[in-house]
Design a protein around this ligand. Structure first.
Ligand code: G6P
Length: 608
């Protein structure tokens, strides 16, 4: 989604801003722009497509100045054109970048037009810059004019604003969309996330909802929504900077797939002993584990699929009811909350607008407590939840989530066991599950050994237009996740079904052109799933079977077999995820798509 970078320094900031935009590319965008302040005024370049197109403009016509704002735009209102790209101007006095959506932009636009403002774009953003300009007629100070303007805006946003003839400060603000301040030495910055600023600082201040910040070379002044000056703590970014480097890999996605044994270990670290789950991992207040009688899980996209797996685990191990819902549905309906229900959100980014809105709604509904399983310690979701279990996967750059998903599953399995222990799980069973968890990184590593074979399998998908994924039990959400991965990055239309539903519809689609990807666990569902496969084979369907070798399935006519390591059945959904990630990756490479930044998608969905 849209990304913001702002900088003020004693040196030229144009390269800092453009490097910041390149670092935000992973979030997904379709145009970009920069505005630079110098003694002569505010000047900008804007371009459609990749940040490289913007760099090309700077090559032809450099813009130098010691203060500026920059933006990658993911189109919401108006097509991805240069006219709609940010920064937007009011006359030549003010330039503004914006992330989020202004819901009341239509009436505001009408009011401003009546006052004589001319609009040059179709965006909701342009109203903000004209409103600030209008406010300055009675309130000439930019900071105060921004504060007045923000009270008129409905929706979620983060903004950055510069003013002509004021080269010593710029103003930024956030309400609902993420924004972080980067603190340097005689230079300061803002950005939508820390990764955009790691080339200039490792010290950050996380703005709170409603904060407005005046950023100058010598410091930052932060005002809360009421206009009171606030001190906010500085945090030091402690991830290895190499985390944002592709290393030996061609794509971030592949690097992140291969990091999984390491990050799953990091997720387990300090959370389990030899035989027990360490409940201290939920923080000082782990008493909820004794009380919880129901679980509501709310998430979006891949995180939602992780939640679907957890439902099987929680109901199976702890014997308490668990429901799972996508946040965009949950937030707009009346939810019945049974007594002593845990509200559990899952989010890789911790900034997904629908998940945050669901959490805010849930806080009013009398839940036992709120727990976030999240990958970004500084995220809004973490800050607004009562309890947090971090997944510790490190930054994930590829839009298609891989290591964030398997670490979410790992954290969910830890949580499920912890709840189960308080609901009668025997010490012996707990020990067996903990030992299974300890073996997980090694099994994931073994699953990666099939990479070369899966690359060959992927060649057969190059000309396919559709695919059907089948699974039963915990393999059903993994089938959903496999199909999502394939459609996200290879643009092949893919669906997933619980295998038992095959004859209630999807069987009608099966012919020799439709690859069927079957996830075959080695558990009491095996024989039932084998019958489903027979139904497909009988209709000439091409079967791609992912199973361990003890299932007695193998390469035979109509079956392309991929071996998955034999593991404790509780781990099967995690280990079976790996070959599906590799399959989507290699199919996308064969098809020549933009693997790390698939068209139209965004990494962090900060608007509804
Ligand atoms: C976007 C991303 C997905 C992610 C989903 C939810 O669609 O492309 O990879 O699963 O948002 O994001 P979250 O950060 O809340 O897990």
């Amino acid at each position: 989604m849209c990304g913001i970078v702002g900088a003020i320094a004693r040196r030229n900031v144009s390269k800092i801003l453009i490097e910041g935009l390149s670092r935000l590319e992973y979030r997904g965008y379709d145009s970009s722009g920069v505005a630079i302040n110098n003694e002569e005024g505010v000047y900008s370049h804007r371009a459609v497509g990749k940040v490289q197109a913007l760099k090309d403009k700077f090559e032809v016509q450099p813009l130098d100045g010691k203060m500026g704002i920059a933006h990658t735009r993911w189109a919401t209102h108006g097509k991805p054109t240069e006219a709609n790209a940010h920064p937007h101007f009011s006359g030549d006095d003010l330039a503004l970048v914006h992330n989020g959506i202004i819901e009341n932009h239509e009436p505001l636009r009408r009011e401003l037009k009546d006052k004589g403002y001319e609009f040059k774009s179709e965006t909701d953003t342009e109203v903000i810059v004209h409103l600030i300009h209008d406010a300055m007629k009675t309130q000439p100070d930019l900071l105060k004019a921004v504060q007045v303007t923000l009270t008129k805006l409905h929706g979620a946003f983060a903004i950055g604003v510069v003013q002509k003839d004021d080269n010593d400060r710029f103003i930024a603000a956030r309400k609902g969309s993420p924004l972080v301040v980067g603190v340097g030495i005689e230079e300061n910055f803002v950005a939508s996330d820390q990764l955009a600023l790691l080339h200039v600082t490792d010290q950050f201040i996380f703005l709170e909802e409603g904060d407005v910040v005046e950023v100058s070379r010598d410091g930052v002044s932060i005002y809360d929504a009421k206009g009171d000056l606030q001190e906010r703590p500085i945090s030091v970014f402690n991830h290895n900077i190499d985390a944002t480097d592709k290393g030996e890999f061609r794509h971030y996605m592949m690097k992140e797939i291969y990091e999984q044994p390491k990050v799953i270990s990091a997720c387990l670290e300090g959370r389990i002993s030899e035989s027990k789950v360490l409940t201290s991992c939920f923080g000082a207040d782990s008493a909820f584990l004794k009380e919880v009688e129901n679980v509501h899980i709310v998430a979006c996209g891949t995180s939602y699929h992780a939640g679907m797996v957890a439902k099987y685990w929680i109901e199976d191990l702890a014997g308490i009811p668990c429901s799972v819902e996508v946040a965009s549905e949950y937030r707009y309906r009346k939810v019945a909350v049974p007594k002593k229900t845990l509200f559990l959100t899952l989010s890789q980014s911790g900034e997904t607008a629908d998940t945050l809105a669901a959490l805010r709604m849930a806080k009013e509904l009398g839940y036992l407590t709120t727990l976030a399983i999240c990958n970004v310690p500084s995220s809004t979701l973490v800050r607004e939840s009562a309890l947090t279990l971090l997944t510790n996967a490190g930054p994930e750059i590829g839009v298609a989530s891989t290591k964030a998903f398997t670490t979410q599953l790992t954290a969910l399995l830890i949580t499920s066991v912890a709840i189960a222990v308080e609901n009668g799980l025997s010490a012996e069973k707990e020990k067996a599950l903990v030992q299974a968890l300890r073996s997980l990184p090694a099994h994931v590593n073994d699953a990666l050994l099939q990479d070369a074979h899966i690359k060959e399998v992927a060649d057969r998908f190059a000309n396919k237009h559709n695919a059907l994924f089948l699974g039963r039990g915990t393999m059903y959400p993994i089938a959903l996740e496999g199909s999502l991965k394939l459609k996200e990055i290879s643009y092949i239309h893919a669906e997933a079904y619980p295998a038992g539903e095959l004859k209630h519809g999807p069987l009608a689609l099966v012919d020799e052109d439709m690859p069927i990807i079957a996830l075959v666990p080695h558990n009491d569902m095996l024989d039932k799933l084998k019958s489903n496969l027979q139904e497909v084979a009988a209709r000439g369907g091409e079967l791609y079977v992912f199973a361990d070798k003890d299932t007695d399935l193998n390469n035979e006519e109509n079956i392309i077999f991929t071996e998955v390591p034999k593991v404790d059945s509780i781990l099967e959904p995690i280990v079976h995820t790996i070959p599906l990630q590799l399959l989507s990756y290699h199919v996308a490479v064969v098809k020549g798509t933009d693997v790390d930044q698939p068209r139209n998608l965004a990494k962090s969905v900060t608007v509804e």
